[in-house]
Ligand binder design. Structure first.
Ligand SMILES: O=C(O)CCC(=O)C(=O)O
Length: 310
């Protein structure tokens, strides 16, 4: 049976109208206002060092407590444990190096909204992919003893033709929910590789022991963000127990998000969050229409005015 596209359009438009109302009170900054707001947010969240690291190394690590109080880390773990009992987790196959994967967790528990909206990581997202950034995934990775290495890759690979420009079009914010050590199967990165602007060569994807590779050994509660061109992967997990990670990739407004967040956003989620949440859900990007065409009224409201025609 075909999707009822008229109902789909009506429901999406109702959410987009709520988003526009939200933005009327708290407008999306553009041009010099965006620069000023970003400078202020970097200052308020004490992120000057992180911004420098994103430029030089292509990644940065916020220590425990900087992105959010540690009780949020515990609540994220509890929510993920609950989903592990009830959701399908084998879609990627355990040999992929990603471990067991939980996709599209955002609508399952408001605790994921708290992580998404945490001011310090969101400022890093604004710096890397702009104020119109959209959430692309809300994914849980769980790695047990024996989980293999994750091949070195750049997140721009397979999404954008190389050579890549200097800008990040895709950026990951990763919440470390259990201690990262080499034995625990930590993330590993090639600092500065975001400036190579090209994918990892095929003969290097398992070069986890290369002298340039740095294994990111950090305690639970750390939050790591990186540029989409950064070469990274993960070392195998040899220790007992499990590694738990929340991965929040974001894309620029012009890039299609991987998960359809607009389709699982509710009016309650919009109501309880700042205006920017609607943009992260893709509700203020250039909107689709069917036979009813674009609504002039809707175009005149909120940030979608610009994004339709810029
Ligand atoms: O945490 C990991 O194991 C790596 C995840 C990763 O490569 C990614 O999020 O792009």
């Amino acid at each position: 049976m075909a999707i009822d596209r008229f109902q789909l359009a009506d429901e999406l438009n109702a959410l987009r109208d709520l988003a526009s109302q939200k933005w009327k009170d708290d407008p999306l900054p553009v041009g010099p206002a965006a620069t000023e707001r970003l400078k202020r947010e970097i200052e308020e969240n004490d992120l000057h060092k992180s911004i420098a690291e994103l430029e030089t190394d292509g990644y940065t690590i916020l220590p425990p407590g900087k992105a959010a109080p540690l009780d949020l880390i515990e609540r994220l773990k509890v929510a993920m444990e609950r989903l592990l009992q009830s959701q399908r987790t084998d879609t990627m196959g355990s040999s992929s190096g990603l471990g067991s994967t939980l996709f599209h967790m955002l609508p399952e528990d408001p605790v994921f909204e708290e992580a998404l909206m945490a001011p310090a990581p969101l400022t890093l997202v604004s710096y890397l992919v702009g104020y119109r950034a959209k959430l692309s995934q809300c994914t849980g990775l769980i790695k047990d003893q024996g989980a293999p290495a994750l091949a070195l890759h750049a997140d721009h690979s397979g999404k954008f033709p190389a050579p890549w420009g200097k800008l990040s079009n895709y950026t990951v914010v990763t919440w470390v929910l259990t201690d990262y050590t080499r034995e625990n199967g930590a993330l590993c990165v090639w600092p500065g590789s975001h400036r190579f602007s090209r994918p990892v060569p095929p003969d290097m994807i398992m070069a986890h022991d290369h002298e340039e590779i740095r294994v990111i050994e950090v305690p639970a509660g750390s939050v790591i963000a990186w540029h989409g061109s950064l070469w990274h992967g993960a070392v195998p997990r040899t220790a007992e127990g499990k590694r738990m990670t929340l991965v929040l990739p974001h894309v620029r407004d012009s890039v299609q998000a991987q998960e359809m967040f607009w389709a699982s956003t509710t009016p309650e989620m919009i109501e309880r969050n700042p205006a920017r949440f609607c943009t992260l859900m893709g509700l203020t990007s250039a909107g689709p229409w069917i036979q009813d065409g674009p609504s002039i009224e809707r175009l005149q409201m909120g940030p979608s005015v610009g994004s339709q025609f810029e």
